[in-house]
Design a protein around this ligand. Sequence first.
Ligand code: IVH
Length: 609
Amino acid sequence: MTVSTQHTGDAALQRIKQLREQIEAHNQQYYQYDAPVISDADYDALMQELLQLEQQFPELQSKDSPTHRIGAAPLESFPQVVHQVPMLSLDNAFSDEEISAFIERTQQRLNQTDIDFVAEPKLDGLAVSLIYENGILKQAATRGDGSRGEDITDNIRTMQCIPLHVTREVPALFEVRGEVYISRKGFAELNQRCQQQGKKLFANPRNAAAGSLRQLDSRVTAQRPLLFYAYGYGVFPDESLPKTQFELLQQLQAWGFPVCREIQLVNGLQGCLDNYRTMETMRPELAFDIDGVVYKVNRFDYQRQLGFVSRAPRWAIARKFPAEEAITQVIAIDVQVGRTGALTPVARLNPTTVGGVVVTNASLHNFHELRQKDIRVDDSVVIRRAGDVIPEVVRVLIDRRPETAMPYKQPEVCPVCGSGLEQEQIVVRCSAGLYCPAQRKEAIKHFASRKAMDIDGLGDKIVNQLLEAGLINTSADLYRLQLSQLIELPRFGHQSAANLLSSIENSRSTTFSRFLYALGIREVGETTAKHLAQQFSDLDALMQVDQQTLEEIDDIGPVVAQHIVSFFQQAHNREVIQQLIQAGINWEVIKPETASMPLLNQRFVLTGV
Ligand code: IVH
C-alpha cells in the first residue's frame, strides 16, 4: 500500500475533496464577486498541495479536479453534438420605437399591460452550453448552427471561472447557457503577448475568444484569459426551474456560476428605455465590450406563452448600440465576383480604426448604390461598422473631393473571366456560371464552409492553391485528393496535409440538409435547406420534383422553386452530385414517422443517382 508522508489513502481522499472544494470556492469568490479572500500565494499553496496528493495517489485523480485545468491532449477535430433544446438567436432593435413596438406586441399577445423585463448587457463573445450530470460538468458545446454545435468540453474545463463540480444540491441533469468572452484588459495583454512572440494580432476581443475556444489543443486555451457569464438554461427539470429569469440568474449565481453584475429587473417600456440610457453611459467604464442590451420577459410562464418565431424567441429582444463611424479615404474600387456570379464593388480604404477594429475594405453592395452615393477613388468618406457586420460607406464628404477624382466606370465584362454580364434588377452577374474561376472558387468555399460540409482548414487560401495547382475543379474533386499531391504544394507540411485530408474524410458523413445547403443552389439558405430535407425522403425525389410541388412548401416561393428546379436540370450539377454520392457522401435518412414536419405526399419513386 502506498502511504504518503502525511496521509493514508482515506485521509488523502478526504483532504483531496476538501482542497478541491476550497479551490473551487476561491475561484468563485474571485470570478463571481471579484473579491478574493486569500492571497495568490496562499491559493498557489492549496493548488500545490492538491497536485502533490494527486501525484501520490494517482487512483484519486479526476477530470473534475481543478488541477486538470491545464488542458488535455490535442484533438483531431471537435466531435459534433446535437442540442437537445435548440440554441436560439435574438431579434435586434435599433431605436426606442422598435423597443416600444416589441413591448406593445408582447402586451397584446399576453393580454397584460404590467410586464417585468430582465435587462442584461449583451456581451460580445460566444454562446456556449454547459451540461451537468450529478453536479459534474459533462459536456460543453458551442452554439454552432443552433441545432448542432461542437464539443469543446476539454477547452471549457480549462476555464477557472466555470465550475467543474457544483457542490450545492442540484438536479441530476441540467444545462446552463451563457457567453464566453475576453475582458478588455485580457485582450490587451493577449495581443501584447502575441506581438512579443511575433504572432498575428486578434482584431477584437470577440475574435480572440472565438479563436481561443476553437483550439484543438486545450493547453493553448488554458493560456487564454477566457471568462464566462451565465444568462440562461437549456435542458432543465421543470420542478427545479424558478418562476422567473431573474430568480434563475440568482439561483445560477448561488450554484457558483458567474452572472453579470449589471443585470437589472425593470418594468415596462419606460424601465427598458431608462435602462438603455444607463447602460449607454456605463458602457465605456465596463471591463468588457458589450454591443447592446438584451430585454427578456421575466416570467417563464409568459415566455412559454409567447414562444418562438423561426430562430428567435418572441419574449426577448436585443437593443443594439448604434454603429460607430469614422472618416477615411478611398484608395481604389475593386470588383469581386461572388458564388452566384454577382459583381460587388468594394472600396479599398486607407486603414482606419472604427470601434476598435482596423478597417481596410468596405462593401459598396452594388453598382446602383455606388452610383447613387457617387463614390470615387480619392474621395473622403464616412464609414460605419456595427458589430461583426462588414463596414459600409455611409456618404462622401463632397467638399473634400479633389478635382482629379473621376466618376466610377462600371466594368463591361466579368473582371475575372472576361465573359459577358447580365443585369437582373440591380444585380449585375457574370454569365459564365461555373466556367468562371471566381464562381468556381466561391462555390467550393461555400461547399466547405462550417454550416455546409464543415471541412475544417479549407479556407480561402487553400482553395486558391488547390485550384491554381489544377488539383480541383469542382467540390467532388476534394474527395479525390491524395496526400502525395498535397505535400508537393508550397507551405503544405505532412501534418497539415494529413489534417486537411482527415477533415475532408470526416465531412463524408453529414446530414441531408447540410448537403443541400452545400450545393449552393441560389436562394437556398440554411433554413430552406432544412425545410427541403424535412419534406423530401431523399435526394432523388428532390431532383425530380416540379416547381408547383415545391411552391407548396412553407418558405418556398416561385423564385426559389424555379432556382431549385433549374439547378437540378443542369447536367453539370447532376454530374457533380453523382460524383459526390459516389465519393461516399452519406447521411442518415430520416424516416417519415420521425421527420418533424409532415412529408409531402409520397409520389416519388427512388431511382438511384
Ligand atoms: S439570450 C433565446 N442573453 O447574443 C435567447 N444572449 O444575438 C438566446 N448574447 O447567441 C440568447 N449576451 O451569444 C442572451 N445576456 C444575453 C446575451 C446573449 C450576449 C449573445 C449570445 C446569442 C446572441 C444572439
